[in-house]
Design a protein around this ligand. Structure first.
Ligand SMILES: [Zn+2]
Length: 594
């Protein structure tokens, strides 16, 4: 058993937190006012069962270690030493174990060897000729190829593996580094027929690779998988070369792909890094915060229409970053624009618009502000975003802008935004009640998001004598993490129902992927109406939420279809219009009969 697990077993989180805060018993949990934000009602919940805490007001939460880190400002190591002493545990080793360190060093070594190989193939070998020509065509200079260490992985199953084995690396090491994929007998090369980009961090460690196809095949990019030395969610491509400039300018230009970052550097904009996806993660934002206080995003999709991108932007706003969006006409990406004329890129960067203006512009493109139905949708989309703007002055400015944009009363907008800002208290029963749900936005979340949460929360609180409800497709959920939780939760409920065992949250959590656990914990700690302990009442509630979600899904499909029909009509595609119309009619009937 490792030190952390041992300490967690010996220290009861309720005792620990009681030393700092007055805890009151509430059902199987304990409650108090949150020490991390100002509040009148108690939203801070401690769960002895899960050995965790969570605040429903400010959404902070964690275990004994994170509590001390938040409350006492300790580093993890200090919290570890503090709790070890308290628990009477003698820490086995300080810092990294000798063995673990050696293994990591070997991974860095195998990466460096692979880098040598790829770069040689691209620049010196005939197998890399087509790739080199492709890079030239895309405008990548020799200097950039050297600076970024670009390479080429030949289109073969084992040329890299053979090369590495000859130099003393074991198959297991090649697989662990992610350069090879395990096969029945040994392993084969992960990157084949792809231009390779070494993924180097801010301290010049080579952590992994990404590979891009030369043609238009999918997927366009692949990355090293998660390894002991590589985690995509905390990585930004080009940070090793960009960090000095980012620090000097206090600003980072964030582009989507490796080619965008490389060509931006080539054109003289050396504060560009690539995020490898449009959804910014917390880890990436933490990294950016070390160097910059403002961020300019350039992605070739509509950030406002994509909920994952919006969440990333929300995290960046919370972290206090000033966010702007770089817009390029004609749907081109940064790499294409730089190749055409670096001046266009320079102009686009200098004319980046504040993120909330960008949201307004996106709304103007997608909706008709004179149509009352559209007005309602605009409210549903923007109010939750406005509610999450952390700075009071900026929020007020955009309340005014939104009011002017919709030609509506400022007070109406302000009230709606303020209402949406009210935190959801620990007592979810109130929020989840149908009455509360008739407001479209609560606590910055839309009714649909709340319903999805509620459904998961219901499944996490099955009544005692429950037999399992019918399975519904996970596409019922728009939020990806809920889909995953739903599938796992369903399997689990099915098993215990089959074996007539009681629901056990710890058993469920131990089988969940780590990244889903905190979301499940939060929903498990929500307090539901006590009437839901009655199986019949629970079942009825469950079915009514499912049917409302289904109706919402059909409505969304109808909206999409009517857009497609409009499009097809504009381009005179009569056959397409007919088949779309048929689908529209079928779905309308389905909705009516629901
Ligand atoms: Zn709080």
């Amino acid at each position: 058993m490792d030190d952390v697990t041992l300490i967690k077993e010996k220290i009861n989180i309720v005792d620990l937190i009681s030393e700092y805060l007055p805890l009151k018993k509430a059902g199987i949990n304990f409650k108090t006012s949150c020490p991390f934000h100002n509040e009148k009602t108690a939203s801070f919940v401690v769960s002895p069962e899960r050995q965790i805490w969570h605040c429903f007001g400010c959404q902070k939460g964690g275990d004994s270690f994170t509590f001390l880190m938040e409350k006492e400002g300790m580093e993890f190591k200090e919290a570890l030493e503090f709790l070890a002493k308290k628990a009477g545990v003698i820490l086995q080793r300080k810092g990294e174990s000798g063995k673990g360190k050696d293994a990591k060093d070997r991974l860095y070594e195998v990466n460096l060897k692979a880098q040598e190989f790829y770069h040689y193939i691209l620049t010196k070998h005939k197998l890399g000729k087509a790739a080199l020509e492709y890079l030239k065509k895309r405008g990548v200079s020799n200097e950039s190829i050297e600076k970024f260490g670009i390479g080429y992985a030949p289109n073969s199953w084992e040329s890299l593996t053979k090369f590495l084995v000859k130099r003393g690396f074991k198959h297991s090491e090649i697989i662990e580094s992610g350069l090879g994929v395990a096969s029945k007998t040994s392993c084969y090369d992960r990157f084949r027929g792809r231009i390779t980009f070494p993924l180097i961090d801010g301290k010049d460690n080579l952590r992994g690779f990404s590979g891009r196809v030369l043609q238009t095949a999918e997927p366009k990019y692949i990355n090293s998988p998660q390894t002991p030395i590589f985690d995509k969610s905390t990585f930004l491509f080009g940070i090793n070369l960009a960090k000095a400039e980012i620090r000097a300018k206090k600003e980072v230009v964030l582009v989507e792909g490796e080619m965008d970052a490389i060509l931006s550097h080539q054109a003289g904009f050396k504060n560009a890094v690539a995020s490898k996806g449009t959804a910014l993660t917390e880890g990436q934002i933490e990294l950016i915060k070390k160097y910059a206080d403002s961020i300019k995003l350039c992605f070739d999709m509509d950030l406002a229409g994509d909920s994952a991108s919006r969440r990333g932007i929300e995290i960046a706003d919370k972290a206090g970053l000033n966010i702007k969006v770089i817009q390029i006409e004609g749907g081109k990406d940064a790499a294409e624009v730089v190749l055409e004329d670096p001046k266009i890129w320079e102009k686009a960067i200098s004319e980046a618009v504040p993120i909330y203006d960008y949201y307004l512009a996106s709304i103007a493109k997608r909706y008709d502000t004179k149509n009352p139905v559209d007005l309602k949708k605009i409210g549903e989309e923007l109010i939750p975003i406005w509610a999450k703007i952390t700075d009071d002055l900026i929020r007020e400015r955009y309340n005014q802008k939104l009011a002017a944009f919709l030609r509506s009363d400022e007070k109406v907008i302000r009230d709606a935004v303020e209402k949406a800002r009210k935190p959801i208290s620990g007592d979810y029963a109130q929020v989840f009640k149908k009455a509360a749900l008739s407001d479209n936005v609560v606590g910055g979340r839309t009714r649909r998001e709340l319903l999805e949460e509620y459904l998961i929360a219901l499944l996490l609180h099955p009544p005692l004598d429950f037999t399992f409800a019918a399975y519904h497709p996970e596409t019922l959920f728009l939020k990806e993490s809920f889909r995953q939780i739903y599938v796992m939760l369903f399997l689990y409920l099915d098993t215990i129902s089959f074996k007539s065992r009681a629901f056990n949250i710890n058993e469920l959590a131990s089988n969940l992927p780590k990244e889903l656990v905190s979301e499940v914990d939060r929903l498990y700690l929500t307090q539901l109406d006590s009437k839901l302990q009655d199986a019949k009442f629970w079942q009825k509630e469950f079915e009514s939420v499912v049917s409302e979600l289904k109706r919402a899904l059909i409505k969304a499909s109808l909206e999409r279809l009517s857009l497609e029909i409009k499009n097809a009509q504009e381009f005179g595609k009569i056959e397409v219009v007919e088949s779309l119309n048929k689908r529209f009619r079928d779905l309308s009937v389905k909705l009516k009969n629901f």
